[in-house]
Design a protein around this ligand. Structure first.
Ligand code: R5P
Length: 310
C-alpha cells in the first residue's frame, strides 16, 4: 500500500504537490483549540494500516509541536506501521550550545523528542553551524536536502549580472556554491551579532564588481536584521537595490515589510509559505520520498542508518 501524506494545518499545498509528485494519497487532520487553550486533534482519513508521512513545516514552532506529536502518536495507535516527518523548515537548530550558564540547548532536546517519535525525517537546509550534520543530535534517520541549486537556477534566470553576497562567514558554504553554479563572483561580509535583533555588518571593498546587481544569499531571514542592515549598507554605498534570497523566510517583526521599504526584492523557498516564495522545493522533497519509499512502507524493526545525503 502506498503511504498516506497527512498535512498539518497550513501544509496542505505542499502535501498536495508531494501527493501529485509521488502518486500518494493525501489525507486530512482536523485541529482546533478548546476554550481553555488545549488542542483538539482528529485524524479524519482512515489510516488502513498505511505508513504515514506527516507534513509540517516548523516556523513558529511552539504552537505546532504538541499537535504534531499528538498526530504522530494517534496515527500509530490507528495502525500506521511507520511514521515519517517532512519538515521543510526545521526549527530549534540555532541554540546549538550553552552560550550562558544554565541555558537550555534546545536543539538537542527537540532532536531527542523527535527521534523518539518519528521513524525518519526529511528537511531542507537545517541551520547547521556548530553541528555539521543532523546525525550529531538526531538518532532517527534523516535526509537533508539543499536548496542551493534552486537558488542558483533562479539567479541565472532572473539576474543578468549578479554579485552574490553572503552576509556572514557562516553563509560562505552557500554563497560559494551558488556563485559557482550561477557563474557569478561572490563576496562574504563580516557580521557581529550583539543580540536577537542587533547585528553589525561590515562591507568589504567590492568596487571591482561595480555594475553588478547585489544578491544577498542566506539560509534564513528571521528577525530580518541581517538582511536589513546589509541592504542599508549596500544602498548607502550607491549599489542598486539588492535582491535578498533566502531558503526560509520567517519574517518576524514585519521584516518582510521593512525589507520592501528598504528597496529590496525578497525571494524565498516555499519551505515556509509566504508571498515571496519563488523557489519550489516540492520536487526536491518528492525525489527524496521516492528514495525513502522502502522506509515509508515497511515496519521498522530497528533504526536504519543515520543521516544520508547531507
Ligand atoms: C546566521 O546565523 C544565519 O545564517 C542568518 O544570517 C541569521 O539567522 C538571520 O537572522 P536574522 O534575520 O534574525 O538577522
Amino acid at each position: 500500500m502506498t503511504p498516506l501524506l497527512l498535512p498539518m494545518p497550513g501544509n496542505e499545498a505542499l502535501a498536495a504537490a508531494l501527493g501529485r509528485a509521488r502518486g500518494w494519497p493525501v489525507g486530512a487532520v482536523e485541529t482546533r483549540r478548546f476554550p481553555d487553550g488545549e488542542s483538539y486533534l482528529r485524524i479524519v482519513t482512515d489510516i488502513e494500516a498505511r505508513a504515514v508521512v506527516l507534513v509540517c513545516t516548523l516556523a513558529h514552532p511552539d504552537e505546532k509541536f504538541l499537535p504534531l506529536l499528538f498526530a504522530a502518536a494517534t496515527v500509530r495507535e490507528l495502525g500506521a506501521p511507520r511514521v515519517g516527518l517532512v519538515a521543510p523548515y526545521l526549527a530549534y537548530m540555532r541554540q546549538d550550545r550553552r552560550f550562558k550558564p544554565g541555558e537550555a540547548v534546545t536543539s538537542k532536546h527537540v532532536a531527542r523528542l523527535f527521534s523518539g517519535v518519528f521513524d525518519w525525517m526529511v528537511t531542507v537546509d537545517p541551520h547547521l553551524h556548530r553541528y555539521h550534520a543532523l546525525g550529531e543530535i538526531y538518532t532517527t534517520p534523516s535526509r537533508v536536502l539543499h536548496a542551493a541549486p534552486l537558488i542558483s537556477a533562479w539567479v541565472r534566470a532572473n539576474i543578468p549580472k549578479p554579485l552574490i553576497i553572503g552576509p556572514d562567514s557562516e553563509s560562505e558554504q552557500w554563497v560559494s556554491a551558488v556563485a559557482k553554479d550561477a557563474g557569478a563572483p561572490y563576496s562574504v561580509l563580516e557580521k557581529v551579532r550583539h543580540g536577537d535583533r542587533n547585528v553589525t555588518i561590515t562591507l568589504k571593498d567590492m568596487h571591482a564588481w561595480a555594475g553588478h546587481t547585489p544578491v544577498l544569499v542566506d539560509d534564513i531571514i528571521s528577525s530580518g536584521r541581517t538582511m536589513i542592515e546589509a541592504v542599508r549598507l549596500l544602498t548607502g554605498e550607491g549599489w542598486p537595490p539588492p535582491v535578498c534570497l533566502a531558503v526560509h523566510g520567517i519574517f518576524a517583526d514585519q521584516s518582510d515589510r521593512l525589507l520592501a521599504e528598504a528597496g529590496a526584492r525578497v525571494v524565498t523557498a516555499n519551505t515556509v509559505p509566504h508571498a515571496s516564495n519563488a523557489l519550489d522545493v516540492s520536487m526536491l522533497i518528492g525525489g527524496a520520498l521516492a528514495e525513502l519509499a522502502d522506509m515509508t512502507r515497511t515496519p521498522a524493526p530497528a533504526r536504519l542508518g543515520r543521516e544520508q545525503g547531507s
